[in-house]
Design a protein around this ligand. Structure first.
Ligand SMILES: Nc1ncnc2c1ncn2[C@@H]1O[C@H](COP(=O)(O)OP(=O)(O)OP(=O)(O)O)[C@@H](O)[C@H]1O
Ligand SMILES: [Mg+2]
Length: 417
C-alpha cells in the first residue's frame, strides 16, 4: 500500500467547532479530505474562550466524530486563531548576507524574517505570522524569492500579524487538553483563503470576506501579497439578534427562522408570504411576513458590508479589486447575500468553497468549511516547504513558524508541569 500522510485542521469558531482530516497520497501528492466533523462550540462567546473545560469537552466530541468517520486516531493538528483582537503591522528587517561569496541561502531568509520581528508588539500580544511581502538585495528591490541570488545586504518588507497572548494560550491549552498535539497555529482567515482563492485572484486583487457568527474577517490580496488583515467584531449572530428583536421571538427561534426563511430583499422578491411562528416553535405565537424578515436581515448585512468597505477604503481598494469579493463562513449561505455584496462593494462577488482538494464528502462545498480545510492545506504546504527547503518561497514557506511553535511548546510545558 502506498504511504499516506494525515493532516488535521481544527477551527474553533464562536458558534461551531469544525475538524477536517486530510490524507495525502505520496504517489500523487493530492490532498483528499476524508473526514469533516462539527459540533456546537460551548464555552466560546463572541470569539473568546469563556470556559476551557467546556471548550475541551466540545473539541473532544467533534474529534471523536472525526475519528469515527475516518476510523483513525487523530494525534496532531493545525489550529486556527481568530477573533477581533487580531492586528497587523508593517515591518522591515535588514541583515548582512552570511556567505563570503554573497549567495543568499535559506538561513539568510530566516534571519532577515527574524530581524523583521523586532517590532514593538503591544503588551500581552504575540506574533502569529511574519508574512514576507518583498525582498531587496543591495539596491535591487521587489524581489519575491531571493534564495540563490547574490548580494551583501538582504532586506525584507513584511507584514506582522499579532494576536492576544491570553487567547492564543487558551486555544492552545484547550486543544492540548483534548488530547491532540499542535503542529502550527494559523490565522483563521488566512487558512480560509488558502482553500478558496486561486493564485490568479490573489495576483489580480481580491477580498476574502468570512462572515462567521461573532466576527467578520477581511483579507485583501494584490500581486500575491496581503494588503489588509482585519477581524471585525460583528457577524451573522447579530442578524439573529435583530430578528429576535424585530419579530419579538426568543433567540433560538430567531436563529431557526433566519436559517429556514431568512434572505435578503432581492432573494425574497415581491413575495407576500406570511409565516406562522408556531410552525417553528409550538410555544411561540404570531406571524411575520417574509418581506419584513428580509428587511431586518438586509439592514444588518448592509451594515456589515459597509464596515468591510470602510476597511477596503483604508488601503484604497474600495471598488477597485478586479477579482472582487469572495464570501465564506456560515453567513455566506444566506440567500441573496451576493447581491448585497455586489451593490455595497461595487465589485464582482461570489461564494467561496474549498478548491484544490479531492473528497467524496458532500458538505465539503459548504462555505463554512473553508477554514478547517484551509488549515489542512496549510499543513500540507508547510510540510512540503520543510521537505524542499529551496523551493520557491512565499507565504507558505516562511510565516514566523518558529515564533509560534516555540510559544506553543512553552505553553504546553507550563501546563503539563
Ligand atoms: N443557511 C444559512 N442562512 C443564514 N445564515 C446561516 C446559514 N447557515 C449558517 N448561518 C449562520 O452562520 C453563522 C455561523 O457561521 P460560521 O460557522 O462560519 O461561524 P463560526 O466560525 O462559528 O464563528 P466565527 O468565525 O465568528 O468565530 C451563524 O450565525 C449562522 O446563523
Ligand atoms: Mg469561523
Amino acid at each position: 500500500m502506498a504511504q499516506t500522510e494525515l493532516i488535521t485542521g481544527i477551527d474553533i469558531g464562536s458558534s461551531t467547532i469544525r475538524i477536517a482530516v486530510g490524507e495525502i497520497s505520496q504517489e500523487s501528492d493530492r490532498l483528499n479530505i476524508i473526514g469533516l466533523a462539527e459540533g456546537e462550540s460551548s464555552g466560546v462567546s463572541k470569539g473568546n474562550i469563556r470556559s476551557i473545560e467546556e471548550v475541551v469537552e466540545s473539541i473532544i466530541q467533534v474529534k471523536s466524530r472525526a475519528e469515527k468517520m475516518t476510523s483513525l486516531s487523530l494525534e496532531s493538528s493545525v489550529v486556527a486563531i481568530s477573533g477581533s483582537h487580531i492586528t497587523a503591522q508593517e515591518s522591515k528587517g535588514v541583515i548582512a548576507v552570511a556567505r563570503a561569496d554573497g549567495e543568499i541561502r535559506e538561513d539568510d531568509v530566516e534571519r532577515v524574517l527574524e530581524a523583521a520581528q523586532a517590532v514593538s508588539v503591544p503588551p500581552n500580544y504575540e506574533i502569529i505570522h511574519v508574512l514576507p511581502r518583498s525582498f531587496a538585495i543591495d539596491n535591487q528591490t521587489d524581489i519575491k524569492d531571493p534564495i540563490g541570488m547574490n548580494g551583501v545586504r538582504l532586506e525584507v518588507e513584511a507584514q506582522i500579524i499579532e494576536g492576544q497572548s491570553a487567547h492564543i494560550k487558551n486555544v492552545t491549552k484547550a486543544v492540548s487538553l483534548s488530547g491532540i498535539g499542535i503542529d502550527d497555529l494559523v490565522l483563521a482567515s488566512l487558512a480560509s483563503s488558502e482553500s478558496t482563492l486561486t493564485e490568479r485572484q490573489k495576483d489580480l486583487g481580491v477580498a476574502m470576506v468570512n462572515i462567521g457568527a461573532a466576527t467578520t474577517s477581511v483579507l485583501v490580496f494584490e500581486e500575491g501579497d496581503i494588503l489588509l488583515v482585519k477581524v471585525l467584531p460583528v457577524g451573522a449572530a447579530h442578524i439573529t439578534n435583530d430578528v429576535a428583536i424585530g419579530l419579538r421571538t426568543n433567540i433560538d427561534v430567531a436563529e431557526l427562522i433566519k436559517i429556514q426563511y431568512g434572505s435578503t430583499l432581492s432573494a425574497v422578491g415581491s413575495s407576500a408570504d406570511e409565516v406562522q411562528i408556531s410552525q417553528i416553535n409550538e410555544q411561540e405565537e404570531g406571524t411575520f411576513s417574509r418581506k419584513y424578515l428580509a428587511e431586518i436581515i438586509e439592514a444588518r448585512v448592509e451594515e456589515i458590508f459597509n464596515l468591510v468597505d470602510k476597511e477596503l477604503k483604508t488601503v484604497n481598494r474600495s471598488g477597485k479589486l478586479p477579482a472582487g469579493a469572495i464570501l465564506t463562513g456560515g453567513g455566506a449561505k444566506l440567500p441573496g447575500v451576493i447581491d448585497v455584496a455586489k451593490r455595497v462593494f461595487r465589485l464582482p462577488a461570489a461564494i467561496g468553497a474549498p478548491i484544490g482538494v479531492d473528497s467524496a464528502i458532500d458538505k465539503l462545498s459548504n462555505p463554512e468549511y473553508t477554514t478547517a480545510v484551509g488549515l489542512v492545506l496549510w499543513g500540507h504546504a508547510n510540510h512540503e516547504a520543510s521537505r524542499k527547503p529551496f523551493s520557491s518561497i512565499g507565504i507558505k514557506g516562511f510565516k514566523g513558524v518558529s515564533a509560534v511553535t516555540d510559544l506553543v511548546k512553552s505553553i504546553i510545558r507550563i501546563f503539563k508541569s
